[in-house]
Design a protein around this ligand. Sequence first.
Ligand SMILES: [Zn+2]
Ligand SMILES: [Zn+2]
Length: 369
Amino acid sequence: MARPDYYAILGVTRGADETEIKRAYRRVALESHPDRFPDDEQAHERFREASEAYEVLSDPLKRARYDSSRLLPEGLDLTRPPNVATARELFANMFGDVFGSRRNDRRKGRDIRYTLSVELADAVLGSSHTISFEGRGACESCEGSGTEPEGREAIECPNCAGGGEVKTGGLFSRRSKCGRCDGLGMIQQDPCVTCRGRGVIRRERSFDVRLPPGTDSGTMKVLRGQGEPGRFGGDAGHLRITINVKPHPWLRRDGQNLLAKLPVPFTRAALGGKIPVPTIEGWVDMEVPAGVQSGAKLRLRGKGVPDGRGGRGDQFVELQVETPKQLEGTRTKELLLELDRTMQREPVLPEHRELLAALAAHEGRKHQN
Ligand SMILES: [Zn+2]
Ligand SMILES: [Zn+2]
């Protein structure tokens, strides 16, 4: 494998000295830095290559071996080449946070998370809500600037020259957050008395939230820029609202459909007719066919969940036939005894036909004896 031409990558002559090489590396790296071209793979590779070239050429020993190995047909493996991440670290440790990305991160406002609990009908049919909570918002006295009204403007932090970072340590120096400005790169000369220069204060915050018809539990709504305010021009965070749908006492959602279990007296199940059924929008009358069995599922078309495109799911009603209990001394008991003596029994399910015929024969014999 041919060894890359590190001199060409950095655009320096073979006799370039340490200062020239460092200057050349800074230039090439800046022209291809991932912070500037986050989606450009070619730039990432140029950036990585420049860092590799610098690692070799900046070290006299590695450079000497590189220079001699270039004369051989196959190069010696001098170094483990840096990847993009380690190249970034190398660059940041040498030249600092030139794009201010970490400083800008610190200026950003944080996201706020909120859970909004709603009734099933509000989620299925759509609704509007006002939510309010105690949270960090822009200070009203200074309009979020952090500067006392009529006071002197904020200035770049003299400790870090606005970069938000300082070099610490000796030989193995690192860049770390500036303590004077807390990494923000700016300091207040006349901080606002109300918010102590932060521009941000805890206060009552309230927002209107609209839920479209068909909203499901677990849906996340993001109100962009409505989180905690940023500082010194940083972006505000977002307000992230999770929708939690409370369980309904008798309706259950299943995708686009709704499901209800409904008790029906056995007399009504036998006779059929209209029975009142609860839907998400109130009671409707549903026709039950005569002789309906327990467990039957009836469909109410278009009474389910709106799909947001003009369509709508169905509601299913599962019937549970009720057998009466506690009849002692009632008229119902007399009627049931009468019915029990006179009712013709017919097999409801085909698989019971033979069994019922055998039973009838058994009862017939009993009466004869
Ligand atoms: Zn203030
Ligand atoms: Zn500072």
